[in-house]
Design a protein. Sequence first.
Length: 231
Amino acid sequence: MLNKVTILAFDLDDTLWPCMPVIQHAEETLYAWLDQHYPRITANYNPQQLVDLRKEFTAQDKKYSVDLSMMRYEFLKKLATDNQYDVSEVADKGFDVFYNARQQVNFYDDVFPALERLSSKYRLGAITNGNANVEKVGLGHLMEHTISAIDLQIAKPDKRIYHALADSFDVPTEQILYIGDHPEYDVIGPQVAGLRAAWINREGHHWPQSLPLPKYQITNLFELEGLLEAH
């Protein structure tokens, strides 16, 4: 069935680069900036306490799980308010510090060689629930369309986000192969929406027993190339 595929669409975090080191670096960069410019905040919270507080804040409203940039901005406003600093100043400047650091990713070694070759045969795109920016991370020349949960205010695995990608390419959903690491968001969700899907399992995780097995499974993008050539 992959012989009908004309579009390859990718998840970003933990599919094209490891996510946690990126977020940890961005958190550390923000904390150092707060410590320099707004020391009352860091006097009250060490780095781990600030992360824990942010997680508690995120859990207070479902909208923050869809719009991570809004969450970060609103959390900085709370920190400013609680510590008697100018709210707009802390939120505006602090968000820029975090956001710019968040775009400093380290790609898996297979990503650029494989994507460069695949881009000569397929149109490429992406869907992300996060706030990575394909232009800022260095993928803008390869990704024709990117769909973001933040832009749509709809997150994976809602089928509307996958349909939005198909609409952006103006193709039927069955012409898209979606590749990602999350069983529900990147495999089951796309399949329910009518896309093809391949699970990229870079770390040797076990597939959840509660879900139907993926039809296609790879460990890197070189294997994706082989899978496509075989079909």
